[in-house]
Design a protein. Structure first.
Length: 751
């Protein structure tokens, strides 16, 4: 039987019930029609499945099955590796098959507007291209196993403060260019089975009932085919939600909203077609899972998946500084200082918190690596100076050749549910690091944090390794990198500003008001720092290696004269060092057409390449017209003006190796929006109306032209004319309102 027929056999009560959870984690069954109950569970970086006997919760508080905790998104984004994300997704899909979970609630792709967002650890990047590409790969990986995903949180959920009621206020261009593209890319490249709408409002309308967001954009424009589920408890007006395209309320509302739906349909306030459409979309996914369910096929092999988590972690860790102190040598006496060496922070708090079946720490691996002495120095789960630990650490360090401090943010500093209030590490860590520096020993700091931190001693230590929250295998991974068994290749997917006040959202982040104004617009992250040419602690895209890479032979090949049908960019990358390694090549585009106020450059492609020592490979990256475009609200569409653009290829946003210019032509002209107040310059700029102004309006401009043609006027005269609204001609000529109406009509007929 097909889904439509099935829906036609359902009662109104059954259909209303289908649009909300049967309980915290399951969809509604209808036994008489053979509709099964299916389970959804959190992700994104592991399977948090709560068995039936546990009270369901959405904050990682109650029990969950033992599972494998992969690196969190803050870390996996640093791989810039689509294939790796696909592989991780595939593994998670297999785990879900084994555990009979139909949809994995991830990836989480909200843009990192501020380093203070408590949930940044779970999100990928400050850049929507990175977030889109990597989340699409992850989705394709999970769904290759006939398991669904739920890309979240749609949309503009960029803080935890008052997340269930605040309104993210941003203009359409900012939403389109920054906060929506990761979802758009994922829908277009991976068709997630479901999308999870966010808690917050967008410009005053809750995401869970936002027709523009959930139907006009997500479905009508992008072609999303699955169903939309709410974040847990995100529904406000259930009837409005159905009409807006929000299909499944999670968890259920104990029937309260079922009744609201039934009454609304019965009263005519809600069309039954809208309800049927939601039910149909939910059942499509329920049966898609049922059809692809492996009965007894997959086994959740935690040890095997640990090895995969280890492999992934090694690709994510970022080497931020190395003044000849890394890799460590077996024969060196090394002091490991800091509680994170023993109990590393490897994931964040909240709904993504995985019950890890095992965790390795650097210390647990130490015996394999040589003469390592350990002193706790400070606890990993608090900001507390303990004099005994402090003294012990100083003593241990004194006797060593090198000192490695394992530092980071305790769980209490950042989590789902609340935001950070500053960017500092715990005071006890900074104090101890400063004291250890007085010993004058070579020092490396290994960081375990979900979001950028201020590093007041960064210019005085010799090495910095950013391990982020790198999953349960973090200890084994960081040891392999510290001792050079693995060459680090991660690069930052977010900027580390020197201080919080430098961040573009600083004046408008969170706060007490329910209105959060995204006043920085599209200038988020490196888009801001680079446009302002500001110094940062570590730039977007930055990461070191134990080897070096050279770039050469940048080639640009347009697939058509206009450059709008695709451009191939190739560059030769050579490993000029002694050790094999992976380079992440980044391609930024700079718009020199002056057609709009835009960030000075934007990441539009990236590719990772593995090179043996001395090896050279050609890296080819493709750009489509969108790579040059900005979102023009007057046209409600993407627009790339004719003119010069610069292709910038390099190893980070601040380390561009090669550039080349490309010229776009034959672009669609921007049509002016014509009403009584249209600026004459907009009419002169548009080929379809230029002549009309020069022939029919010039008679009203004598006061500015002195009887000359517009082209013969001087700069002052031309600019007065250019910026003149049509309606102002009433003040400088015998123009009448009737005449203005007539002119507006004639001009619109020319578009
Ligand atoms: C939480 C989170 C969401 C999660 C859901 C279920 O509140 O915002 O990401 O998937 O509830 O736990």
């Amino acid at each position: 039987m097909n889904i439509k027929e099935l829906v036609s056999q359902m009662t109104l009560e059954e259909k209303a019930a289908m649009c909300s959870g049967n309980d915290f984690w399951h969809t509604e069954p209808v036994a008489r029609l053979g509709i099964p109950r299916t389970m959804v569970s959190d992700g994104p970086h592991g399977l948090r499945k709560q068995p039936e006997e546990c009270d369901g919760d959405h904050l990682g508080l109650n029990g969950a099955i033992e599972a494998v905790c992969f690196p969190a998104a803050c870390a996996t984004a640093c791989s810039f590796d689509r294939d790796m994300m696909y592989d991780m997704g595939q593994i998670l899909g297999k785990e879900c098959q084994a555990e009979k979970v139909s949809v994995l609630l991830g990836p989480a792709v909200n843009i990192k507007r501020s380093p203070l967002c408590g949930r940044n650890f779970e999100y990928l990047s400050e850049d929507p291209y990175v977030a889109g590409e990597l989340s699409a790969a992850y989705i394709n990986g999970v769904q290759s196993q006939n398991i669904g995903t739920s890309i979240k949180h749609f949309a503009a959920n960029n803080q935890e403060t008052a997340r269930m009621s605040a309104s993210s206020n941003a203009n359409e261009r900012t939403l389109r260019e920054i906060y929506l593209p990761a979802f758009e890319t994922a829908v277009k490249k991976a068709q997630p089975w479901t999308v999870m709408c966010s808690y917050n409002q967008i410009n005053g309308e809750y995401a869970s009932q936002n027709h523009w967001l959930l139907t006009e954009v997500l479905r009508d424009e992008w072609g999303f085919e699955g169903y939309v589920m709410s974040d847990w408890g995100a529904v406000r007006d259930r009837v409005k939600g159905i009409a807006a395209g929000m299909d499944l309320e999670m968890p259920g509302s104990n029937g309260v909203n079922d009744q609201a739906i039934i009454q609304a349909v019965q009263s005519g306030a809600l069309s039954e077609e809208d309800l049927n459409a939601s039910v149909e979309r939910i059942l499509n996914i329920v049966f898609r899972y049922e059809k692809g369910k492996e009965v007894g096929g997959s086994v959740f092999d935690r040890e095997k998946d640990y090895e995969k988590a280890l492999e992934i972690a090694k690709k994510c860790i970022v080497l931020l500084k190395n003044e000849g102190v890394l890799p460590l040598k077996k024969e060196e006496k090394v002091a490991f200082i800091g509680g994170f060496a023993e109990t590393p922070r490897y994931q964040g708090g909240g709904s993504s918190h995985i019950h890890a079946h095992k965790v390795t720490s650097a210390l647990s691996m130490a015996s394999e690596y040589g003469d390592i002495r350990y002193a706790k120095g400070f606890p990993a789960d608090a900001d507390r100076t303990e004099p005994v630990l402090f003294e012990e650490a100083m003593k241990t360090a004194k006797d060593a050749d090198k000192v490695v401090v394992f530092a980071g943010l305790p769980d209490i500093f950042e989590s789902e549910g609340y935001d950070r209030i500053h960017m500092q590490l715990p005071e006890c860590q900074n104090v101890l690091i400063e004291k250890l520096l007085e010993l004058g020993k070579p020092m490396i700091v290994v960081l375990h944090n979900g979001s950028p931190v201020e590093l007041p001693w960064a210019d005085r230590v010799q090495g910095i390794v950013e391990a982020y929250l790198c999953g349960e295998a973090v200890g084994e991974a960081e040891m392999e990198i510290l001792y050079g068994r693995v060459n680090p290749s991660g690069k930052l997917a977010e900027t580390f500003p020197k201080r919080l006040e430098d961040n573009p959202s600083y004046l408008n982040f969170a706060g007490k008001s329910k209105d959060v104004d995204y006043s920085e617009g599209v200038f988020v992250g490196y888009r801001y720092y680079d446009s302002k040419d500001m110094e940062v602690l570590f730039p977007f895209g930055y990461g070191l290696s134990y080897t070096t890479f050279a770039y050469g032979n940048l080639q640009i090949e347009k697939k058509s004269e206009s450059g709008r049908d695709g451009i191939n960019v190739s560059v030769d990358v050579t490993n000029t060092g002694e050790m094999a390694g992976k380079e992440i090549v980044q391609l930024y585009v700079a718009d020199h057409t002056q057609s709009a106020i835009r960030p000075i450059q934007e990441l539009r492609q990236f590719a990772s390449v593995w090179l043996e020592a001395g090896e050279t490979k050609k890296v080819v990256m493709e750009l489509d017209e969108r790579a040059f475009s900005w979102y023009d609200e007057t046209q409600h569409d993407w627009y790339a003006a004719d003119g010069v653009y610069e292709i910038r290829v390099g190893r980070s946003s601040r380390d561009i190796e090669l550039t080349a210019e490309v010229i776009l032509t034959d672009g669609k002209e921007k049509k002016p929006v014509i009403d009584a107040n249209v600026m004459l310059g907009d009419l002169l700029d548009y080929s379809g109306t230029k002549k009309y102004v020069e022939q029919n309006l010039v008679q009203y401009l004598d006061g500015f032209t002195g009887g000359k043609a517009i082209d013969e006027c001087d700069e002052m005269e031309k600019s007065m004319i250019y910026y003149m609204p049509l309606s102002s001609l009433r003040s400088f000529s015998n123009m009448t309102n009737e005449k203005i109406d007539e002119i507006v009509k004639e001009l619109n007929a020319l578009l």
